[in-house]
Design a protein around this ligand. Structure first.
Ligand SMILES: [Zn+2]
Length: 233
């Protein structure tokens, strides 16, 4: 008998909605490539032409995919800071503070280089479609492109969301608390960290994590959905 699933985690509705919209945008940018990939070539020459067309349409989507991913990371910073504000309001006399402006938002996502990630994914996918005896089916290559772009974007969103929260916490010397979602997709890597508290300028140490991109805050792995709650001292 199947275990009943826990209630889905809805502690971050704004983030979830933004993620959903971003995911749809990524798929929308890949619709032309998808359509080209779904046609059935009749001759080997048609097949070669189709592969070339799919690879070209993937490359043409690159700029839009990069923009979507970059904008999502910036929105995540603002959503993170706004969430922190709700959890832990500013101290008396500083009610106007704690909302990142455009410059701060850009700075907080400066370490998220999605341009390079997206470029790498598109280049790799294009090669997989076009070349070699191990060429991948075009439709599969487009699907893989969508899921890989989503992977790096989702991870960037998590990093930016926590960056916004940590920026807010540092402003008022509040604390950070690791929050792991307790739903059916809970991540076993971060689970032991749930509830740990550190100062806003400290870093979490997780022995379980073996990921070079771990910065001492969520994400602790690709597709990590954890975040840092902010606690008023
Ligand atoms: Zn996690």
């Amino acid at each position: 008998m199947a275990m009943p699933l826990p209630e889905p985690d809805d502690t971050t509705p704004d983030l979830n909605a933004m993620e959903e919209a971003t995911r749809e945008d990524i798929e929308r940018h890949l619709v032309p490539a998808q359509r080209a990939a779904e046609q059935n070539p009749r001759t080997p020459l048609d097949r070669t032409r189709q592969r070339g067309r799919v690879a070209r349409l993937l490359r043409e989507a690159r700029a839009a995919l990069t923009d979507t991913a970059t904008n999502a990371a910036r929105q995540a910073v603002r959503i993170g800071a706004a969430g922190a504000r709700t959890e832990a309001p500013p101290p008396d006399g500083r009610e106007q503070d704690g909302i990142p402006d455009d410059t701060q938002t850009a700075n907080l996502t400066a370490d998220v280089d999605l341009r390079q990630d997206v470029r790498f994914i598109i280049t790799t996918s294009g090669l997989h479609v076009e070349t070699g005896p191990r060429a991948v089916e075009p439709a599969l290559a487009v699907q893989q492109t969508a899921s890989r772009v989503w992977n790096v974007t989702a991870t960037a969103i998590t990093r930016a969301h926590t960056a916004g929260r940590a920026w807010y916490a540092a402003l008022f010397a509040y604390d950070l608390k690791w929050y792991t979602r307790r739903d059916e997709r809970v991540c076993p890597i971060c689970r032991p960290a749930h509830g740990r508290v550190i100062g806003s300028r400290e870093r979490f140490t997780l022995r379980e994590v073996d990921w070079e991109a771990f910065s001492g805050r969520p994400p602790a792995h690709f597709r990590c959905r954890c975040y840092a709650q902010v606690l008023r001292r």
